[in-house]
Design a protein. Structure first.
Length: 207
């Protein structure tokens, strides 16, 4: 009986150590957004030259991307490499539009753009909450995008909202990255779906 009790206590101690392992650390998220296999990469009939301009971090709290709460107490923190989420989102948008067939100019290109896309992160938050038997992964995004047509200085504005969640047994960074990638890809797809190109200018589609 004593040996059984000791093994039980030892097992509980091990679970406690596992639950608390890594608390306080910063976990970098490697994000890589591309169109999903169900999306068709439709190239605009008159592809304008698109430049990705400045993206701003307009969140009220700009420290990291979110937290992981451990089952037995303590937290870890999420961030992107370089701690520059606005630049990361700008690069992800450029990669996404390129994969969709848009003519996105490389940063520093000397070519004259037809459209300049700029943006602001209004919300970008991720959370991993460990519970008994599973970990809940959630993310929420809100991006303000502005497209300026240089030929007539007209402006198109859009707000892209996204949210997603998934329950997993064990926490794995790749699972959380997948959730964030899918939410951002869905938001970017709305930009593509709700706009059209007219005379090398970006316009909102009429209902």
């Amino acid at each position: 009986m004593t040996h059984v009790l000791m093994r039980l206590i030892g097992g509980m101690g091990l679970v406690t150590l596992i639950g608390c392992a890594g608390t306080g650390e910063v976990i970098p998220l490697r994000l890589h957004v591309v169109p999903t296999g169900t999306e068709k990469a439709v190239k605009p009939a008159e592809p304008p030259k698109v430049a990705i301009g400045e993206f701003e971090d307009g969140r009220s709290v700009q420290t990291g991307l979110g937290v992981r709460t451990h089952l037995w107490g303590g937290v870890s923190y999420f961030d992107v490499p370089g701690n520059k989420p606005a630049e990361t989102v700008a690069h992800l948008l450029a990669d996404y539009l390129t994969a969709k067939g848009w003519n996105v100019l490389k940063q520093g290109s000397t070519e004259r753009a037809d459209v300049v896309l700029t943006g602001k992160i209004l919300e970008l938050f991720v959370r991993a909450k460990s519970r008994v038997g599973f970990t809940e992964l959630t993310t929420k995004t809100k991006l303000a995008i502005q497209a300026k047509n240089l030929s007539d200085d007209s402006i198109v504005r859009m707000t892209l909202n996204g949210a997603g969640s998934e329950d997993v047994f064990w926490f794995d960074r790749e699972d959380l990255e997948k959730v964030v990638n899918e939410v951002l890809a869905d938001s970017f797809s709305k930009l593509v779906q709700d706009t059209t190109v007219v005379n090398r200018m970006l316009r909102l589609k009429t209902p």
